[in-house]
Ligand binder design. Structure first.
Ligand SMILES: [Zn+2]
Length: 136
């Protein structure tokens, strides 16, 4: 099977498709991950879409993974509070940042884009009087 070679954006090593347990140990989740071949020295990986070998985005290090969790926590409040539906909220990301529907996912975002999304999401939440202290 022909497979696109994926490289780690941090150290340039080849990423290897492995079971999630390789990274998560006995807390193993199902599924597969592309893991940097220098893991754990290079703590960088990305999930795949269930049932495929297609990476969900670029490999992410610890800092970026935490930033994406933070971005999700703020952005998700928009549709959890019914300001937009979930699909409207993703369309809003696409419109706001001039992205295609495929690109408008936090899993594709860099640290910079996560910060931009957090800022823009906070504006929407403030305008709709959603208390920001609820967001960890
Ligand atoms: Zn690496």
């Amino acid at each position: 099977m022909k497979q696109k070679q994926i490289r780690c954006p941090y150290c340039g090593s080849i990423a290897i498709l492995r079971d999630a347990s390789y990274v998560y140990g006995n807390k193993a989740k199902d599924g597969k991950l592309y893991v940097c071949s220098h893991f754990p020295q290079c703590n960088s990986y990305v999930g795949v879409h269930p049932g495929t070998t297609n990476a969900k985005g670029k490999l992410a290090n610890k800092e970026l993974r935490q930033k994406r969790i933070q971005a999700h926590r703020v952005f998700d409040q928009i549709w959890l509070n019914h300001i937009f539906t979930k699909s409207e909220a993703y369309r809003w990301i696409a419109d706001k940042f001039c992205l295609t529907a495929k690109e408008a996912h936090i899993g594709e975002f860099s640290t910079y884009m996560c910060d931009q999304l957090i800022l823009e999401s906070m504006k929407i939440l403030e305008n709709n009087h959603i208390p920001l202290r609820a967001i960890g």
